[in-house]
Design a protein around this ligand. Sequence first.
Ligand code: DMJ
Length: 458
Amino acid sequence: MKLRHGIVIFCLLAYNYTANAQGRVAKFTDEMKADLCEKVKAAAQHAWKGYKQYAWGSDDLKPLTKTAKNWYNSSMLMTPVDAFDTFIMLGLTEEAKEARELILTQLNFNNENNVQVFEVTIRILAGLITAYEMDGDPKFLALAKELGDKMMPVFATPTGMPYRYVNFKTGRISDSVNNPAEIGSLMLEFGKLSQLTGDTKYYNAAKKAIMAVYKRRSKINLVGEKINVRTGKWVSKETHISGYIDSYYEYLYKSWVLFGDKDFKNAFDVHQAAIKKYLIDKTEYGWFLRHANMNTGKQTNTTYGALDAFYAGLCAYSGDVETAKEIQKANMHMWVHFGMEPEEFNYKTDSVTAPYYLLRPENIESCFYLSRATDHYEYLWMTKVMIENILEHCKTPEAFAAIKNIKTMEQYNSMESFFFAETLKYAWLVFAPNTAFDFSKMVFNTEAHPFKIESNKK
Ligand code: DMJ
């Protein structure tokens, strides 16, 4: 991998913010932590102000045209639902009040939306569950239950694996070619709904679905990228830890933490051993994860990107801190090498294959888990670089915008709700006191909505 001209200076600077002349990581003072917490809070307020002014009641703000965007026919309040618990956590009481009021007065599912079950589950169902657990108003739980019930028809397949879409009005389900991430990443939310309502049907359906993927793993314990939920046959045998598969692994581990069900832990351990054996690619810039054939383990591609960066955090969280550190080295290289992380690049040819940055959280998320697992300042320095880059390049007069091309830093007309739910929350948590999030009491879903770990586990 060759370093580009100009990037070299950036990389040297990047190294300097983590290490002093003796090669030791410089101290990160309490004042610096407090200052960064304030900067992140101000960013959340700024982004919310833009949403309020130009997109109130809609799903998202389009920050460059200052217009509103809805995912479907009717708004699902993606931004307020995703943002609500971040505001509570960051102590933004006024903003939390506004989001709460909007959700409780406007959110309903009496419409004809044809929704993607995975996205609506991780953002809206999870956001409502967390809102209920944090706020206590039973209306949040009633909304969560209504939404869960609307989505239950997708599980009615011969394999138990869900269809991707459901129509709220007709209950019609569609798209039988699904993927491990969208199939598996319903477990925390539907399982939690069972705990809160006392009705086991949600837990059972979601468990049958995620375990149906596990059952169809290859002889070398890897899964493919696409699967037909009617026949149970793999449609794509490409394996990796990126989009379409990523949070399937994350939910196996987190479901073990949340529900104490050993089936999840066993499955996670089996996959983790295979991923380490076949997918990790050790380079001088850190450990990347390759793409391969799920049956042979043979490499098919050496692309890596923003979504893959979550894996360091999952390794740290599940106890494999040494692997996590090496992967985070690669993650940080990816960010610093280009001045901001690309959606995807080829780490062997050093070429960017998708040049945009969508305000994604995964790299910072991994720093959060690693900073807790190691107590090292290094991950605070890394987060400082990333969040300051975001504040510098993505800020608009009204809110924040994604980047269309990280080479030119031209902005793109999108501010995804996960910027509130995850990117800002994880960045703030990295600098906040450890008491702000207690791992023995809470688990984050894949959109960083915290769920309480019940003592009466299933
Ligand atoms: C989020 O919706 C979730 O983190 C999901 O698991 C992956 N994609 C986005 C953030 O990048």
